[in-house]
Design a binder for this molecule. Structure first.
Ligand code: 6PG
Length: 242
């Protein structure tokens, strides 16, 4: 059953709080599964507020089955201010004391092509594999103003359909190399949630949701999980076209 849902909140704080409540519910329900739970975190700045709130509102016990991964990583040192891992470590992992063996970072400091290959092998070892793809229980995604998601950018949209589990991408403005999940792995997830806030995202969200403008050029448009389980967590500023 396809369950594409849009949740729109009056402001960013209520969006973050609602998503954190959903996380708490997910963690509680996952405990009945009695198996490891695999979540891929999104990068960028939006999830930082989520990490901070989860660190305050959940307990280490809640995360005892959870294995943390990333949808993408900037090819920088793990302690670099632009590292997606660093943000999660600073605001979620360390405050809760989530054990290292449950945290599987993309090694931004390594050669991108070598790391993309290594991470792909790791995902295939750690996650269930269905129809050739490692399957995450939950993938969190953001959307860039240019319609990118994870680190698949419009000028490299062919990477979305890459046969490999992970790909090496390049930020179109900075030239910064990135390692990213490919579109097939993202869409293999049992559940995908976009978390998007702010007026600067309004135009791209309008185009994607309403299939207007250059939506076909936007990698985020192609997020369409085989499970049908896709959610948009949005604030009002990101949907002022509604
Ligand atoms: C990254 C992300 C990227 C991000 C969007 C939104 O590494 O930058 O994974 O896809 O989610 O660019 O970023 P903001 O939350 O900072 O707007």
């Amino acid at each position: 059953m396809h369950r594409r849902r849009h949740y729109i909140y009056p402001d960013t704080n209520s969006l973050i709080s609602a998503f954190c409540c959903e996380c708490a519910t997910f963690l509680e329900e996952s405990r009945e599964l009695e198996r490891p739970i695999h979540i891929a975190l999104s990068g960028g700045s939006t999830p930082i507020s989520i990490f901070k709130q989860l660190a305050e509102t959940t307990l280490l016990e809640d995360w005892k089955q959870v294995h943390i991964y990333w949808g993408d990583e900037r090819c920088v040192e793990p302690d670099h201010e632009e590292s997606n891992f660093r943000n999660a470590k600073t605001y979620l992992i360390d405050p809760l004391g989530i054990p290292e063996n449950q945290v599987h970072r993309i090694r931004g400091e390594e050669d991108p092509a070598v790391e993309a290959e290594r991470y792909g092998v790791l995902l295939r070892d750690q996650l269930p594999v269905e129809y050739g793809s490692p399957v995450f229980d939950w993938v969190w995604l953001g959307v860039g103003e240019d319609g990118h998601t994870a680190s698949i950018f419009p000028d490299q949209i062919e990477l979305w359909k890459a046969e490999t589990t992970c790909v090496v991408a390049t930020h179109p403005e900075s030239g910064q190399p990135r390692v990213s999940l490919s579109g097939g792995v993202i869409n293999a997830a049992r559940r995908i949630s976009f978390i998007v806030a702010g007026a600067r995202k309004s135009a791209v969200i309008n185009d994607i949701v309403m299939k207007e403008g250059r939506y076909l050029d936007y990698p985020a448009f192609y997020v369409n999980p085989n499970s049908g389980n896709l959610e948009w967590y949005l604030d009002k500023d990101a949907t002022d076209w509604l």
